[in-house]
Write a protein that binds this ligand. Structure first.
Ligand code: AMP
Ligand code: GLY
Length: 428
């Protein structure tokens, strides 16, 4: 079968790498791809935000399945177009993608269905925002309603910061149209966990838990990024907590969407805060996480294709994925300056040396190949990913590989996975 893959980041490199290992996959075709994806797939031209163009491409390639990496094509309606033409695709329709596409929809949906999340109010204008600003104390969380490429959430420490941010959002200065309406939300404390499920609209399949590291510096300090690294380890959640998350959060979400006439088919990413009062939903994403997908795909021991097919055929109840024991860890190597203005076009060394280490795979997020040499071309450049018999072992292997990588200005967090090690100590 031929697979069409939409997207061009580290997440899509991991998906292409995994799909290409399937005995049933004849070829992977990617738009727009990146220099790493080009090792696994044929790169095709086109605009992933143009649903008709992507459906034409899938028809021309005779793709048996299309997989969508990022959220923007889903919100733009790519799945609706494919379904209208009878083309198999993994992802939610435009209506179901609102879980990520509109923070206001997501919060009001959770309220309607009794799904635990932070208290909130919706603000349409500066007057309304000013009246409500203090009602959850400080810090307070401000969220632009629409898609804002990871820049739509601000944790304001005090009243003056909150007021400045709300007015910058509501006037469109901060994140454009996405911020014209916003959610004001109570600040929650705890550890964040990513809970990913596949859904075919009726059945769900929970994937192992992962944990991202959003802040740029060690110890979760500094501004938020797209994610500086992630690991996959069953010990992130106890079996009891997993059951509770499925019963109190995931099932009501999927049943709620079906009841509202927008059944969710695809990958649902539930971003959780594990508070003292239990898990609370911070956000929904309607796609795989980046970088969570890198350690997730490395831990998947069985074929990915049947899982994706089961999403499109409504047979997830029969899916039986196998997961490698132990843990996997992905460390992001970022460009100097990221997440602010960052440098580009720096030659990268050491990818081959890193991949010569047992089990290591270097996923490309933002790279360019010129005359046989890789150059940096993004904020997050590489995701150095390694498996291990234990989390400690996987961390050691990932960082041994990181040592091999070099480019001017490179920086990475040194503590990816440390919370997991602390948890093991705490839990005995
Ligand atoms: P979101 O896109 O809604 O997940 O927000 C991005 C990040 O902001 C999350 O991953 C958290 O680190 C942080 N965040 C969002 N909502 C809250 C909240 N209510 N309390 C504390 N931190 C939050
Ligand atoms: N790693 C966070 C995200 O994919 O949204």
């Amino acid at each position: 079968m031929k697979i069409l893959l939409l997207g061009g980041g580290g997440r899509e490199h991991a998906l292409a790498w995994k799909l290409r290992q399937s005995a049933r996959v004849e070829g992977v075709y990617a738009v727009p791809g990146n220099a790493g994806i080009a090792q696994e797939a044929q790169i095709e031209q086109g605009d992933i935000l143009n649903p008709a163009q992507m459906a034409d491409l899938a028809q021309r390639l005779q793709a048996g399945l299309t997989m969508v990496g990022p959220e923007a094509p889903l919100v733009a309606g790519v799945v609706d177009e494919f379904e209208a033409r009878g083309l198999p695709i993994v992802g939610p329709t435009c209506a179901a993608a609102l879980l990520e596409g509109s923070k206001i929809f997501a919060k009001e949906f959770m309220r309607r269905h009794g799904i635990p999340t932070a208290d909130f109010v919706v603000c349409h204008g500066t007057g309304e925002a000013r009246i409500n600003l203090g009602c959850f104390g400080f810090p307070v969380v401000l969220k632009a309603d629409g898609l804002a490429a990871g820049k739509g959430v601000v944790v304001a420490q005090n009243a003056s910061e909150a007021e400045a941010t709300t007015s910058a959002m509501l006037t469109g200065q901060l994140v454009g149209e996405a911020g014209r309406r916003l959610v004001l939300e109570r600040f929650l404390q705890g550890e964040e966990v990513t809970f990913t499920v596949l859904s075919d609209g009726r059945n769900l399949l929970a994937l192992p838990p992962t944990q991202d590291h959003k802040a740029v510096f060690d110890g979760d300090r500094g501004p938020n990024t797209g994610g500086m690294g992630a690991y996959c380890d069953d010990d992130i959640l106890s079996p009891q907590l997993t059951r509770r998350i499925i019963e109190n959060i995931v099932r009501p979400t999927l049943e709620g969407m079906a009841a509202e006439g927008a059944p969710f088919r695809g990958v649902l990413y539930v971003g959780l805060m594990m508070t003292a009062a239990g898990p609370r939903v911070l956000e929904y994403n309607v796609r795989f996480g980046d970088p969570e997908t890198q350690p997730l795909m490395m831990r998947l021991a069985s074929d990915l294709l049947p899982l994706l097919e089961a999403v499109t055929t409504g047979t997830l109840d029969r899916a039986r994925p196998e997961w490698a024991p132990g843990a996997t860890v992905c460390v992001a190597a970022a460009s100097g300056g990221y997440p602010g203005e960052y440098q580009r076009d720096k030659p990268i060394t050491g990818i081959e040396d890193a991949e010569a280490l047992a089990g290591v795979k270097v996923f490309h997020a933002g790279t360019r190949l010129r005359d046989g040499q890789y150059f940096t071309a993004g904020g997050r450049v590489l995701g150095i990913t390694a498996p291990g018999a234990s989390l400690r072992d996987a961390i050691a292997r990932a960082y041994a590989a990181v040592e091999k990588i070099g480019f001017e200005g490179v920086h990475c967090r040194r503590d990816i996975g440390r919370k997991g090690l602390n948890r093991q100590v705490a839990g005995g």
